[in-house]
Each structure stands twice: as structure tokens, then as C-alpha cells.
Design a protein around this ligand. Structure first.
Ligand code: SF4
Ligand code: MG
Length: 323
């Protein structure tokens, strides 16, 4: 069952020079019980996409499409309603999670403020819950009485995870939550996210990262975005073992290989730069960098073609309607 269905979503930024087409006709669904990964280079639209589901503020503009979450369209929902579902049904651990907590308040006051806004009246119960959750992420109960600045980066990260999930949101969005962390702490965060799902604190997770290797560890399905469009989407195993889009192949090639000494490896970057999203070209947005580029790529936009069960990619090499 789908918890979230995003259909042809267009989220642009209004600038004096025109609209930046950051998310330009993106469709996907997030099922109950899954971790859905969103990957791509910085600037591909992944943060814009997930933030637009929570709150759209100028210069961000919703230009079209829907995002149906539990029967409600997040794009047309009024502010009162979106405040009501925030933390209780839909929550986000932001990209700079370590600095997301109000520095002037103790952790227990931060959670009390947000719980009260959602109708909680029993402070004792709430603080008991807070201490349980702190223990779950291996933080001392004393953290409840501390200010965010008194915590180390890694502790603050875990405290933010507790705050974001305290009211058991059905869908949790984790936006680049591991990118500022060392590998060991990354693993801890991923294990905690899995644990939140196992014990039913959250039903599904959208995990945003620029690191495909991490998605292999956490995500059931993955969507690869390139310049505001879906390049490829499907089961993680399929995408990693048989990527169908040239961009996905290059992303995978640029990862360090397991078992090979790091300094002996020649890491391949992807040559060139993404197209400007102010005036994107009419054909495939990857054509300026694609090693497989053909004549029609600069003219015709490729459509998503099914290349395996539930596995789709948008590239003229794959035939289908693209011919
Ligand atoms: Fe490359 Fe053309 Fe496929 Fe785009 S459509 S990824 S330019 S081959
Ligand atoms: Mg980002």
C-alpha cells in the first residue's frame, strides 16, 4: 500500500531571471514499510523535492502536480492542517540536523513545546517517553536537561532524530543525515533508522543522499534524480547490479570499490557540469555529459521505460516509446 503518491510534481524557484526548474515533473510512490532512497548529485532537486512536501516558502513555487499522503494532497493543504500533521504523521530530519535544535532551550523543553502544540497535556508522560527514546539512541537520560550546545555533534544528531520521531510519524524524511558524519557514526544512524521502523515508531522512510553506496545498505527502492527529473527508479539491488541509465552507471563507477586499496584506486568523477535549470535544454538533460549521447538526445526528452519488474529508466538507448 502506498503511503505517499507523488504525481508529476513541479517545484520551481522564482528568481529575477526566471524560474529555476528544480523539480520538473517527478512521479514516484513510497510504500508502507519501505525505505525509499533518493539519490543524485547536489543540485539535482532531491532536497527541494522532500522539503516541498513539508513546507513551501517563497521563492519556492508549486507549479503543478500532486503529492497525496494518506489521502491528503500536501500541495494544496492549508497551513493549519500541515502544522497538525507535522511530527505526528510526516516528519523530517533536516540536512543540517546537528544545528536544527533551538540552542536557547533544553531538549525536554523543545519536545514539550512541540508536543503541546499537538494536544499533549501530560508533561510527566512525555518526559518519560523522551527518556525511553534517548535510551533507544544510546543517549543518557541527562540529555533531556541539556542544551543542544552542550552536546557533541554526533549526540546532537541523535537527539534531533529523537525529537523528529517522538510523536511517531508514519513517514520520516531523512535528508542527507549522514553526510557530515564519519563512517562509524553513519552506520549507527542507519541502524537506528532501521530500528525505528522495526519497533513501529515510523512506517516508512525517505532517505535522501548523494551516496549510492549508503543506499545499498538501507533502501528497498531507489530513485535517481538528474537535473530535476527521474533518471531511473527501481529496487535497490536491481539498480546497483544492473543500472540501466548511463548516469546511474557513472554514479556507480565513481564509488570506491570494496576490497581495493583506496590509494590504488582511480576514482572516476563524472565529467562536465549539470545543465542550467533556468533554461534547461529540450531533450535529455544529461546529454551534455553522456558518454552514449546520440542525435535525438538533444531534441527529444526520453520517457521512463520499464526495464525489469518495477524498474524504470528514462533513456533513448532503451527504446520503447522513446523511438
Ligand atoms: Fe544519454 Fe541520450 Fe540516454 Fe540521455 S537519452 S542518457 S543523452 S543516451
Ligand atoms: Mg541537499
Amino acid at each position: 500500500m502506498s503511503l505517499l503518491t507523488v504525481d508529476n510534481l513541479k517545484i520551481y524557484y522564482a528568481t529575477p531571471r526566471g524560474h529555476v526548474k528544480a523539480v520538473d515533473g517527478v512521479s514516484f510512490d513510497v510504500r508502507e514499510g519501505e525505505v525509499f532512497g533518493i539519490a543524485g548529485e547536489s543540485g539535482c532537486g532531491k532536497s527541494t523535492l522532500v522539503h516541498s512536501l513539508i513546507l513551501r516558502k517563497p521563492p519556492m513555487v508549486h507549479m503543478g502536480g500532486k503529492a497525496i499522503f494518506k489521502g491528503m494532497d500536501l500541495m494544496t493543504m492549508d497551513e493549519r492542517e500541515s502544522r497538525r500533521i507535522r511530527y505526528t504523521e510526516l516528519s523530517i530530519i533536516p540536512q543540517y540536523a546537528m544545528n536544527a535544535l533551538n540552542p536557547t532551550k533544553k531538549i525536554k523543553d523543545i519536545v514539550w513545546d512541540l508536543a503541546r502544540e499537538h494536544g499533549h497535556t501530560d508533561r510527566g508522560e512525555l518526559e518519560k517517553l523522551l527518556r525511553e527514546r534517548l535510551a533507544m539512541v544510546k543517549l543518557s537520560p541527562k540529555v533531556a536537561d541539556m542544551y543542544p550546545v552542550e552536546l557533541s555533534g554526533g549526540m546532537r544528531q541523535r537527539a534531533t532524530m529523537v525529537v523528529s520521531t517522538l510523536l511517531n510519524p508514519d513517514l520520516l524524511i531523512a535528508d542527507e543525515v549522514t553526510s557530515a558524519l564519519d563512517v562509524t557514526t553513519q552506520r549507527v544512524v542507519i541502524e537506528l533508522l532501521h530500528h525505528f521502523m522495526e519497533v513501529g515508531i515510523v512506517k516508512s522512510i525517505i532517505f535522501v543522499t548523494h551516496d549510492l553506496a549508503l543506499l545499498d545498505k538501507i533502501a528497498d527502492r531507489v530513485m535517481i534524480l538528474y537535473a530535476g527529473k527521474v533518471a531511473e527508479i527501481g529496487p535497490t539491488e536491481e539498480i546497483i547490479s544492473s543500472p540501466a541509465h548511463p548516469y546511474t552507471r557513472l554514479l556507480l563507477d565513481s564509488l570506491p570499490k570494496m576490497g581495493v586499496q583506496y590509494r590504488r584506486q582511480k576514482l572516476k568523477g563524472i565529467p562536465g557540469y549539470p545543465v542550467s535549470l533556468l533554461n534547461p535544454p529540450k531533450g535529455c538533460r544529461f546529454y551534455t555529459r553522456c558518454p552514449n549521447v546520440m542525435d535525438r538526445c538533444g531534441e527529444l526528452e526520453p520517457k521512463l521505460v520499464e526495464v525489469g519488474p518495477g524498474h524504470y529508466a528514462a533513456c533513448h538507448l532503451l527504446g520503447g516509446e522513446n523511438q
